[in-house]
Write a protein that binds this ligand. Structure first.
Ligand code: GDP
Length: 444
């Protein structure tokens, strides 16, 4: 999990003051020493760390925080605000061209995730902004790069403009944009070549593409796992190309956080998006405030709500609510629910986003075995439709047959049916406004 070490260490640093009614200057100093070490260990640029510690100190001492009624809370608030500021403060908007098409250049070193991110961005813009993307394959040095983009295009059903490996990348970009205009495509994403290291020739080529493409966005894709290297790369690309923003990939890995926390401060350019996995939907807008809260273990309720809204099928949810009200919720609905929950992703990731819950007794250690839901599903799928609709007919004999059919022990089948009946009862009580149901649920 990304930022785990940093997150733990920062929270333990905060722990040295939180809970104290009074904080002395020595307490603050001790805390800030630990914050400094935590950041350095996370591979945050040392100049950035120095400035950060200085600012937090000045604010804490300057505002008479130590004399305030809740000094610990105030200090944590300052750290949170300064972390947010470090990552750019406000979320940086994406620049659309007033006159279509909007042109985006993806740049970065080889392996950073450029091509994948081109596909992710296209999908994201289609889904959220109703854009009609065209992808341009301008990496002529690696034939596999063109194939990769073409495969992505097919998968997403977007056209890919390519002129093979013999054409000049600048010409490919120019003709690709023309094609987009003719075909009424309003978003053009140019996948450019990468190298293993920053090199002069490549930079010159990218500058030439920039000149003819006149892009609204030059997004530098950097691999967050490479820490300080990512920051150095960003500095060079920015000097040569004056990039408009950064996409930080592989935040799903165990990156220490250095790149995320230093890039903005060092280059002055905002992180606009993050990649959180290999799949095309593992892509999010970067919100500095939410990231700071997540790092400090304060949860990220906004992302959670958006995730729920995105993944849940509203019609299905309403249907479910009606069924609960009418007390006709059956095993078929139960199956639907399992699928809905599975769509939201691993439960342990969701728990991390809930403020307070993530550090509750052992919950942060919680690992939910996806096999559990698969087993439940197997049991329900072994029921006949009649049984699913009328669970009360599930006699012992039928249960034995289901156990055999799903290859699960009879006890497990019994347990699932019992749980189903209990939750059905509780849902019914709740939907009828019976508060006792709620009290029962809370174990009162
Ligand atoms: P390019 O050389 O910069 O075009 O990089 P690619 O798009 O080919 O990506 C290199 C590798 O990184 C591929 O195996 C991708 O699946 C993987 N990758 C890209 N973005 C992410 C991400 O956000 N998370 C993870 N885990 N892998 C990623």
């Amino acid at each position: 999990m990304a930022f785990e070490g940093l997150s733990d260490r920062l929270q333990s640093a905060m722990g040295t003051v939180s809970g104290k009614g009074k904080i002395t200057e020595a307490d603050l100093k001790q805390m800030m020493r630990e914050v400094r070490l935590a950041l350095l260990e996370a591979d945050v640029n040392f100049k950035v760390v120095k400035k950060f510690v200085k600012t937090v100190n000045e604010r804490a001492l300057g505002a008479n925080v130590l004399e305030s009624l809740s000094p610990a809370q105030q200090v944590v608030k300052i750290v949170n605000e300064e972390l947010t500021e470090l990552m750019g403060g406000e979320q940086a908007p994406f620049n659309f061209s007033p006159k279509p098409p909007t042109v985006v250049m993806m740049v970065g070193l080889q392996g950073a995730g450029k091509t994948t991110t081109a596909g992710k961005l296209a999908k994201f813009m289609h889904k959220n902004e109703h854009k009609r993307p065209l992808l341009i394959a301008a990496d002529v040095y690696r034939p596999a790069a063109i194939d990769q983009l073409q495969t992505l295009g097919e998968q997403l059903n977007y056209p890919v403009f390519s002129m093979g490996t013999d054409a000049d990348p600048v010409e490919i970009a120019r003709q690709g944009i023309e094609r987009a205009k003719i075909d009424g495509r309003d978003l053009v994403i140019i996948d450019t070549a990468g190298r293993l290291h920053v090199d002069d020739q490549l930079m010159a080529e990218l500058q030439n593409i920039k000149e003819v493409a006149n892009p609204q966005e030059i997004l530098l894709v950097v691999d967050s796992m490479t820490g300080q290297d990512a920051v150095n790369v960003a500095e060079t690309f920015n000097e040569r190309l004056d990039i408009s923003g950064v996409v930080l990939t592989k935040l799903d890995g165990d990156t220490r956080g250095g790149a995320a926390l230093s890039i903005r401060s060092v280059t002055g350019k905002p992180i606009k998006f993050t990649g959180q996995g290999e799949k095309l939907e593992d892509f999010e807008i970067f919100y500095p405030e939410r990231m700071a809260s997540r790092i400090l273990g304060m949860g990220d309720i906004m992302t959670l709500i958006e995730k729920a809204q995105q993944d849940f099928d509203e019609e299905k949810a309403q249907e479910m609510a009606d069924k609960i009200k009418a007390n006709t919720f059956d095993f078929n609905d139960f199956l639907d629910q399992l699928d809905q929950v599975n769509k939201m992703g691993p439960l342990e990731d969701i728990i991390k986003m809930i403020p307070g819950l993530n550090k509750m007794a052992g919950l942060d250690q919680l690992k939910v075995d996806p096999k559990d839901t698969a087993r439940m599903k197997a049991i329900v799928l072994s029921m006949t439709n009649e049984e699913r609709e009328n669970p009360e007919i599930l006699s012992q004999q039928r249960r034995k047959r289901i156990a055999k059919g799903s290859a699960r022990p009879l006890a497990e089948v019994n347990r699932l049916i019992k749980q189903f009946n209990e939750s059905k009862k509780m849902m019914n009580q709740l939907s009828n406004g019976n508060m006792r149901g709620l009290e029962n649920m809370m174990g009162a």
